[in-house]
Design a binder for this molecule. Structure first.
Ligand code: PLP
Length: 368
C-alpha cells in the first residue's frame, strides 16, 4: 500500500462548519459548567438515540466511575475480561472487586449462563459490555439481576446508535455508559455520557460530575469534575449532523468485507448478532486453527504491507498485573475469552475507507 491504513480514522465534519459554533462560544464566553451547547447536545442525543435522559461527561471512563458512584455499588461486580481495560479499571477506582465471567462464543459478550455461579453475598452489580456494538443478551441478564437484586450498568462505549427489537439498546439495565473518544463511531474528540431512565438519577449524576455542588454554598456528595466542555459539546452537535452518513458508509464496508471473506477457510466474521440497527463500529475476524497461518503471523504480514489491524482484545483484562491475582482471572475459568483473545483481529473500518482497500485486505487474507 502507498500509505498506511490504520484500524480506524477519526471522522470529522467540514472545518468551516465548526467556525460559527466557535464564534458563539467566543461571544457569549461560556466555556463550560453545563452551558448552552452542553444542554443542546443532551437534548439532541436523547432524541437521536431514543433515550429518556443523558448526562454528558469529559470521557467514558469518568462516566463509568461516576455511574458506579451514582448507584452506590460496592463489594463485588461481575464483569467481562474481554473488553478495553477501562471497564475493570472503573471498578478498581471505586474499591470494588471485579469478578470475571466468561463470554459467549457467538457474541464474545458476557455469557448469562455463567453469571449465577459467580454470585456471592458480596455481589451488588453486573457490568457487561456490548462488545463491538453487538447487543448483550439483555433479557437474560435482567432476569438474573432481578432474581438476585443486582444493579446492571452497561459499558456501552461501542454501542452508539445500536437498536434491538425493543428500541435503543441503551435503555436496558439501570444505566448505560457511552464513550465519544476520537476512535469511536460518534466522537467529540474526548467525551462520554451516562444514559439514565429517570430524572431523579440524572440530578444525582449531574451533581456527582460537578464536585457534588448544589447551588453556590452546598456540597452534597464527594463528586468529581466530569463535565463536558462547551467546545466538545459544540463538536458533538455538528458531528450529529453527519452521523447517519458515517454509519451508512460503515455499513457498506462491513458488507464488502463479509462478502469477500465469505468461504475463506479458517476465517470467521463476528457479528449479525441480533441488532435491528447496527453501528458497524468494528470489523472483528477470528483466525481459526484451520487457517494456514496464526493470527499473529497474519497481523504481522498485514503490517508489513502497511495495513494495521488491532488485536482487540488481547491481552485479556484478567491477564494484566493488577487483575491476574484474582481467583476469577484464571485462564481455566475463561476458556472462550482466552481463545478469542488468541484468535481475534479487528480489520480497518471507518467511513472514509475505500472499498478498493477492503478488496486488497480481503484478497491478502484469502491468499495466505
Ligand atoms: C473506549 C472505551 C472506554 C473508555 O472510554 P474513554 O472515553 O476513552 O474514556 C470504556 N470501555 C470500552 C469498552 C471502550 O472501548
Amino acid at each position: 500500500m502507498e500509505k498506511n491504513i490504520f484500524v480506524t480514522q477519526p471522522y470529522l465534519p467540514p472545518l468551516e462548519e465548526f467556525i460559527p459554533y466557535l464564534e458563539r462560544i467566543w461571544s457569549n464566553k461560556v466555556l463550560t459548567n453545563c452551558g448552552p451547547f452542553h444542554q443542546q447536545l443532551e437534548q439532541a442525543l436523547c432524541e437521536h438515540l431514543g433515550v429518556r435522559h443523558i448526562c454528558l461527561f469529559t470521557n467514558g471512563t469518568i462516566a463509568l466511575v461516576t455511574a458506579l458512584q451514582a448507584l452506590r455499588v460496592t463489594g463485588e461486580v461481575i464483569t467481562t475480561p474481554y473488553s478495553f481495560v477501562a471497564t475493570s479499571h472503573s471498578l478498581l477506582w471505586n474499591g470494588i472487586k471485579p469478578v470475571f465471567v466468561d463470554v459467549h462464543r457467538d457474541t464474545l459478550n458476557l455469557d448469562p449462563a455463567m453469571i449465577e455461579a459467580a454470585i456471592t453475598p458480596q455481589t451488588t452489580a453486573i457490568m457487561p459490555v456490548h462488545c463491538y456494538g453487538h447487543p448483550c443478551d439483555v433479557e437474560a441478564i435482567q432476569r438474573i439481576a432481578d432474581t438476585y437484586n443486582l444493579k446492571v450498568i452497561y459499558d456501552a462505549a461501542h454501542a452508539f446508535g445500536v437498536q434491538c427489537d425493543c428500541g435503543s439498546i441503551l435503555n436496558h439495565g439501570d444505566l448505560s455508559v457511552l464513550s465519544f473518544h476520537a476512535t469511536k463511531v460518534f466522537n467529540t474528540f474526548e467525551g462520554g455520557a451516562i444514559v439514565c431512565p429517570d430524572a431523579k438519577t440524572k440530578v444525582r449524576i449531574d451533581q456527582l460530575k460537578n464536585f457534588g455542588h448544589v447551588g453556590e454554598v452546598t456540597v452534597v456528595a464527594p463528586g468529581i469534575n466530569g463535565k463536558m466542555s462547551e467546545f466538545n459539546a459544540a463538536l458533538g452537535l455538528l458531528q450529529l449532523k453527519y452521523i447517519d452518513r458515517a454509519l451508512a458508509l460503515r455499513k457498506k464496508i462491513d458488507a464488502a468485507y463479509r462478502e469477500r471473506l465469505l468461504g475463506v477457510a479458517g476465517i470467521r466474521c463476528l457479528g449479525d448478532s441480533g441488532e435491528k440497527v447496527a453501528n458497524y463500529a468494528y470489523f472483528p475476524i477470528l483466525v481459526g486453527a484451520d487457517y494456514p497461518i496464526t493470527r499473529d503471523e497474519l497481523y504481522q504480514r498485514l503490517k508489513d504491507i502497511g495495513i494495521h489491524p488491532r488485536r482487540y482484545f488481547y491481552p485479556l483484562i484478567s491477564d494484566f498485573p493488577m487483575y491476574r491475582g484474582l481467583p476469577s482471572a484464571h485462564r481455566d475459568h475463561l476458556p472462550v475469552a482466552t481463545a478469542a483473545a488468541h484468535d481475534v483481529l479487528c480489520l480497518p473500518i471507518y467511513p472514509d475507507l475505500e472499498i478498493a482497500v477492503v478488496d486488497t485486505i480481503s484478497r491478502f487474507i484469502a491468499g495466505q
